[in-house]
Design a protein around this ligand. Structure first.
Ligand code: 4NP
Length: 166
């Protein structure tokens, strides 16, 4: 079976989406699912293309046991809609930007990442970039919860492929 492909998207691809990339990739690896789920991340903006994750993001992730050192920022592109089954936005502005460039024939799932959790509908992973250290810890906590919920969802999809993207 073709792997299920997941793309996490934020604005800069140096804080929230690389955290989701690293956390979810680690969970997938720990479950022995690297052959069936592939993970990537991107930003809607281009300011940080080629940059490593923000140092505060990398440090917070490292303290939680996640290594983000291999990640480099890139900008999302229209071709991503042909490559990914799930394109998951961190906030509503990211989602709106993705909806604007999504091809009409995209058959995957374009949604907020926190839609996979029991957080209230339309909940966002807040942008920590311009705030204090506590914002980075909050981002990691939200992302760990959402990653666990997404993994449960994908395991059920893999067990019953007709529900892909549901
Ligand atoms: P991210 O955070 O979208 O979670 O990567 C941001 C990083 C950089 C900027 C904005 C948000 N920026 O404006 O440079």
């Amino acid at each position: 079976m073709k792997p299920v492909t997941v793309l996490f998207v934020c604005l800069g691809n140096i804080c929230r989406s690389p955290t989701a990339h690293g956390v979810f990739e680690t969970m997938v690896r720990d479950e022995g699912l690297t052959d069936v789920i592939t993970v990537d991340s991107a930003g809607t903006g281009d300011w940080h293309v080629g940059h490593a994750p923000d140092e505060r993001t990398a440090r917070t992730a490292r303290q939680g046991g996640y290594d983000l050192d291999h990640l480099r920022a890139r900008q999302v592109c229209v071709g991503d809609f042909g490559r990914f089954d799930y394109i998951l936005a961190m906030d509503i502005a990211n989602l709106r930007n993705l909806e604007r460039i999504a091809p009409a024939d995209f058959t995957g799932k374009l949604a907020l990442f926190l839609d996979y959790t029991d957080q209230p509908k339309r909940s966002e992973v807040p942008d920590p970039y311009s705030g204090g250290e506590e914002g980075f810890a909050q981002v990691l906590e939200l992302i760990e919860g959402a990653s666990g919920a997404l993994l449960l969802h994908l395991k059920s999809v893999i067990a019953s492929p007709q529900s892909l993207s549901g």
